[in-house]
Design a protein around this ligand. Structure first.
Ligand SMILES: [Zn+2]
Length: 67
């Protein structure tokens, strides 16, 4: 599993953070893997896509409710 804990993300005042990939406002923040070469945070949707791209096969979809 390639789940990064988002629980440890600090509770900042940055509520309008945008996804580094799709530029949408982030509701649920994920930290991209280092090897993805992405600066900043990404949304659950892009995280899920990236996981798929980089680690095809068994994994947990993180945002089933968005399908
Ligand atoms: Zn995104």
């Amino acid at each position: 599993m390639f789940f990064i804990s988002i629980k440890k993300s600090r509770n900042t005042l940055v509520l309008k953070e945008k996804c580094a990939i799709c530029s949408e406002k982030i509701k649920l923040r994920f930290n991209p893997m280092e090897e993805w070469g992405i600066e900043g945070s990404i949304c659950g949707d892009c995280y899920s896509k990236k996981i798929n791209e980089h680690y095809p096969g068994d994994h947990v979809r993180v945002n089933k409710h968005l399908d």
